[in-house]
Design a protein. Structure first.
Length: 216
């Protein structure tokens, strides 16, 4: 083994050790997506809104961008249904029922939210939005364009608007050589380039698993 190869191997092993150390704390909800430390409400169940698209307020989406995000919202909505299908507290809200609610970036309309939640017999609402959804160009072992996904979720109690959990996932997949600190994640994913759907599934599940109101 040459000195160069030995050095590269040592760097990769160090990166793996560091990433493993970080992963060991994943079961502890971080500040960005953990439950609020305020008085804990009793959650009867939560209404799950259809996934929405989100865009920066300072610019309008082009037709292609909007089409891309709409496709992404459909994909993430299916992933959300699959992730929560066996959750006894989840109640799925259809688009007609949710039409009176605003986008996730705006101030919560508690009265409308309360009506939607109560129609499902619940006292909380789960909102999810997609603001980036770029499909992989290439195959699992070589790409011209890697997949990229940005999504957010928020679970809030409708009586007073208390946010119980919220999370943000944003990633454009990189090769291990581009980012040695991703070697642990890459190993878990099978060392391949993911599709946007696969990347979204990984990010969504990771975020939802950090919310004890959803997992317990």
């Amino acid at each position: 083994m040459t000195a160069q190869h030995f050095l590269l191997t040592a760097i990769m092993l160090l990166a793996l050790a560091l990433s493993s150390g970080c992963a060991s704390t994943a079961g502890q909800p971080p500040v960005s997506s953990g439950a609020s430390k305020a008085a804990t409400p009793v959650l009867t169940c939560f209404g799950v809104l259809p996934v929405q698209i989100s865009a920066a307020e300072d610019r309008a989406l082009s037709a292609d961008e909007e089409k891309q995000l709409m496709a992404g919202a459909t994909v993430v909505d299916a992933l959300l249904h699959d992730a929560l299908k066996d959750n006894s507290k989840a109640r799925f809200i259809n688009a007609d029922q949710a039409s009176g609610l605003q986008s996730p970036e705006a101030v919560v309309k508690l009265e409308a939210s309360r009506e939607v939640a109560q129609s499902a017999g619940c006292n909380a609402i789960l909102e999810t939005s997609v603001s980036r959804f770029v499909e992989r160009e290439g195959g699992p072992y070589g790409v011209q364009q890697p997949a990229a996904v940005t999504l957010n979720y928020r679970l809030y109690e409708v009586d007073n608007g208390l946010v119980l959990c919220h999370g943000h996932f944003e990633e454009e997949q990189q090769s291990v050589m581009e980012n040695l600190f991703s070697i642990g994640k890459a190993g878990r994913r099978g060392m391949t380039w993911l599709t946007a759907e696969e990347l979204a599934r990984d990010g969504l599940l990771n975020q939802l698993q950090q919310c004890t109101y959803i997992t317990k």
